[in-house]
Design a protein around this ligand. Structure first.
Ligand code: FES
Length: 144
């Protein structure tokens, strides 16, 4: 059956996914699709700044996701959001689909591609934020 295919952790995150929904006025947003199966996920991130080891650093203060996809896509997006919530941006950018799958005690080989959706979606949302803040810095430079 389905729970013979998936680990207990995958089943938990599939049945009770975390961080589902949207963020109003997100710092970054990205939609990512898997062209092979048509599954889609949309990530919203909120970035704030705090002192980390005496230095001011940006971190993910909140993250939400809407996933329209298979069980593995739902479980990996849920686990990925849990793994990076509250973490510095630098750490979030290091997240890999392999690490997400490992945190879920593995995925069947035919489902590994579903975890790529989570890795890419989060990175794309961070890139969206970085692009916006770069533009904002350029604008304020021009008006000074
Ligand atoms: S089958 Fe499409 S993401 Fe899993």
């Amino acid at each position: 059956m389905i729970d013979d295919l998936y680990s207990k952790k995958v089943m938990e995150h599939f049945m009770h996914p975390k961080n589902i929904g949207k963020i109003k006025n997100p710092s970054g947003v990205a939609t990512i699709g898997n062209p092979t199966c048509g599954d889609v996920a949309r990530y919203y991130i909120k970035i704030k700044t705090k002192k980390i080891k005496g230095k001011s650093a940006e971190y993910i203060s909140d993250i939400k996701v809407e996933t329209l996809g298979c069980g593995a896509a739902i479980a990996t997006s849920s686990m990925a959001t849990e793994m990076i919530k509250g973490k510095p941006l630098k750490k979030a950018l290091e997240l890999t689909n392999k690490a997400i799958a490992e945190a879920l005690d593995g995925l069947p080989p035919v489902k590994m591609h579903c975890s790529i959706l989570a890795e890419k979606g989060i990175k794309k949302a961070i890139e969206d934020y970085q692009g916006k803040s770069k533009n904002q810095r350029a604008k304020s430079k021009n008006t000074n």
